[in-house]
Design a protein around this ligand. Sequence first.
Ligand code: ADP
Length: 374
Amino acid sequence: MILLVDDTPENLISLKNVLEKHGFEVDTANSGEEALKKVLKNSYVLIILDVQMPEMDGFEVAEVISGYSKAKETAIIFLSAANTEFRFIAKGYSSGGLDYITKPVDINILLLKIKTFYRIYEQNRKLNEIQLALLEEIEFRKEAERKKDEFISIASHELKTPLTSVKGYIQLLERGLNKGDIDIVKSHLAKAQIQLEKLNGLIADLLDISKIESGKLKFNKQYFDFDQLLDSIIEVIHQSNPGFNIEKNGAVNVKVFGDEMRIEQVIVNFLTNAIKYSPGATKALITVNLRNNELYLGVKDYGIGMRADQIERVFEKFYRVEETSHRFQGLGIGLYISAEIIKRHGGAINVRSVYGEGSEFYFTIPVEQLSSEV
Ligand code: ADP
């Protein structure tokens, strides 16, 4: 928009009409003071400023405007009876652009200058946009770098913990062996085995991440009995968490075409999270059924739950809920991998959760589509 500033109403009206006829949006002010007020309120591409005005003349107005950050990109064209004073004003104004036209106004020249300033304004705007986008991108890199560093430190810690335990059990084993106490040896061996499995799981997850990254996560799809798989998972989880009750509701009674081990990985992730993130609770509920040719599997827990902003990010790589990340061990990659697995089975993964009450993580996979992939 253009702001016309002139103390002579006839000048304002005639110039406004001409400019509007040429498609420009025009605002007017009939004094320096009014112009300053308008500049503070609105954004102008250009101000056409009469130099000879009572009280505040055009030069003074321009000088004040040059101090407004809002008018940084705004250009000024002075309308002056003579151009001798122009060199004085040039030093006072260092914003968008500066030019002058002598009266009587040659409308063709004025239009040419206006168009040039509009073009410059537009280019400036685009440049600013590009600069902003670049800055954002740099920040986002930086952010990715920070996340990666944080992940490496968490991962090293997570790997070290079971490794240290295994070392400890091996030392104890040695002592047990020396004493010839076979029961103690067996018990230490079993404990070392659990820690080694933990280590194995962590390393497998880390490998999966890099496979996803390089597009090399492969699937070995075959028909398998889903209900049977689910029962065996529940049994295994129950063995390592005997105090925890996993209830199952429903069955699908179909053979599903998919990568059984990968689907197992997702369900185990849901279940171990349901146990981990519900301290004090003793049960989780599995719902499994067929809905409109889709297999639905949900694991509901009665644990800490999540807030809406946390729910939104929970399937992101490396995401862990900040406020609880010190209380619970983890790498923040299990759900990311699960999401990838389900996606690669043509399905969907999601969660319903109430903060402080619990969560239900679930996935659906299209059974028909899977069957036709034989
Ligand atoms: P990890 O548990 O190793 O951190 P996941 O990718 O499995 O990684 O989970 C990501 C994050 O989602 C967890 O750190 C936790 O904050 C949140 N989360 C996952 N499952 C649950 C759950 N059942 N209840 C509450 N929060 C959960």
